[in-house]
Design a protein around this ligand. Structure first.
Ligand code: DHB
Ligand code: FE
Length: 280
């Protein structure tokens, strides 16, 4: 049977991708960051998940304002890096896992989560930057990838509770997939940042620290935080953190915190990383 072996949360700041792609991730500014993300790279090497389900948001790269999609899943066998205005990132194309995508999609829909299914999908920094954080610059990504996207860039956005519950439904789907494979689930985006308006540049590390503590130890509290609170405390783009709740819902309520790390600022964001495993 398939098994979820870990849940990882990470910010998906595009600058990180640019700096890795241009071999610029060194020097006084980046060295502590490289050291800080190394445990995630080690975890990936030690655990070698066959599949990563990457929960991310498209930033208007594949989708446009023509259709606003609350939740969707990639069904394809390949996902190209999206052209975000500077050409496609020079990173490997992701190999998908259509059989598992189809199984998850069916299970979610029978569980009354009506998601969009994308047979073609280009994946932007929301998905490719976390892979670079986890795997650096391989010729080929070492895992198969299933993109799972959440519509956080346009109002109305799904609630944290909905994200948590869809995570639980993903867990149920993975647990009932008959192939013997290991799966990691990645929640991406956040934590606090605001890229526009009068409060552009807002970072609230105190709030993020409390949020992350509760997220790990008492997720039932975190899932019910209102959009207004997230907007006020973590900035307009800080709401991306609800995508971590999809990952958290796919894990047991009680987890082991393997590692957590924050680095402020990376670009305009309080870069945050956590690695969680189920206790049993
Ligand atoms: C930044 C962070 C994001 O999550 C994003 O999607 C774009 C930019 C930033 O901090 O620069
Ligand atoms: Fe983002």
């Amino acid at each position: 049977m398939a098994k979820i072996i870990g849940g990882l949360g990470t910010s998906h700041i595009p600058t990180i991708g640019k700096v890795i792609d241009h071999d610029e991730m060194h020097g006084d500014y980046w060295d502590p960051f490289v050291k800080g993300i190394q445990p995630a790279r080690d975890w990936m090497k030690e655990n070698q998940p066959d599949v990563c389900i990457v929960v991310y948001n498209d930033h208007g790269s594949n989708f446009s304002l023509k259709d606003i999609i609350p939740f969707g899943i990639g069904m394809a066998d390949k996902y190209l890096p999206a052209d975000e205005g500077y050409g496609r990132r020079n990173v490997p194309t992701c190999d998908g896992y259509p059989a598992l995508s189809a199984h998850i999609a069916e299970s979610l829909i029978l569980d009354e989560f009506d998601i969009v299914m994308s047979n073609e999908l280009d994946v932007d920094h929301g998905l490719t930057v976390p892979l670079s954080i986890m795997y650096d610059q391989p010729e080929k990504w070492p895992c198969k990838v299933i993109p799972f996207y959440v519509g956080v860039v346009q109002y109305p956005q799904p609630t944290g509770n909905r994200c948590y519950n869809i995570g639980k439904a993903i867990r149920k789907a993975v647990d009932s997939f008959l192939e013997d494979i290991t799966v990691a689930i990645l929640g991406t985006g956040g934590l606090s940042h605001q890229l526009q308006g009068q409060r552009a540049g807002l970072i609230n590390q105190d709030y993020d620290k409390k949020w992350l503590r509760n997220f790990i130890d008492e997720p039932l509290k975190t899932k019910d935080i209102s959009h207004t609170e997230l907007l006020r405390e973590a900035g307009s783009e800080g709401i991306e953190a609800i995508m971590w709740l999809v990952m958290r819902g796919a894990m047991d309520e009680e987890v082991n915190e393997v590692y957590s790390f924050m680095h402020t600022p990376v670009s305009n964001t309080n870069y945050s990383l956590t690695i969680l495993e189920n206790k049993k």
